[in-house]
Design a protein. Structure first.
Length: 175
């Protein structure tokens, strides 16, 4: 993986930058001091949007907030923020990988984070499908509510772990 990361850090990306500046896109991003912090800021704001939306949905599931709103309304309000935020995270994350491939691709914290993001995305897809199909589970007293509440706490913990692993990328030893 290290060889690939090194290759990516010096290879022009689709001819971007190489034909203009004589270096790879990754090198250009590192050479301009404002690019990486700007992309990181966008990435962090997208994390805040996604986590905030997921948190609000799960607080509604736990009946700690938004009790006067239906789960359908809550999902319609916050799920677009989750999906658009995930799209922004995908783009900004890809740019951060391109900017510093060895820091990301060889880092165990990065791969743990990616695994957790995959799980969180699958859980979000499942949640959205379940809300549409089984509205009775969400709107009335239902035997599955206890399991759903446990899952809501688990999702909050999962996103917290994603945030910690993302932050840990800067500090984890690279092998």
């Amino acid at each position: 993986m290290y060889e690939f990361a090194e290759w990516l850090s010096t290879t022009p990306l689709l001819g971007l930058a190489n034909s203009i500046w004589g270096w790879g896109f990754s090198e250009w991003m590192r050479a301009n001091f404002w690019v990486i912090p700007t992309v990181q800021t966008i990435h962090i704001l997208a994390i805040a949007a996604v986590f905030g939306s997921v948190f609000m949905i799960n607080l509604r599931i736990l009946e700690l907030a938004g009790r006067t709103q239906t789960m359908t309304w809550t999902a319609q309000r916050y799920l677009p923020w989750v999906w658009w935020g995930l799209l922004v995270l995908l783009v900004s994350g890809a740019l951060l990988i391109i900017a510093e491939p060895p820091r990301e691709l060889v880092n165990p914290a990065f791969w743990i984070k990616m695994g957790l993001v995959l799980i969180a995305t699958l859980v979000s897809l499942w949640f959205q499908a379940t809300v549409r199909r089984n509205i009775a589970i969400w709107e009335t007293s239902h035997p599955k509510r206890v399991l759903i509440r446990i899952a809501a706490v688990a999702v909050i913990v999962l996103w917290g772990a994603i945030i910690v692993m993302g932050r840990w990328i800067a500090y984890a030893p690279v092998y």
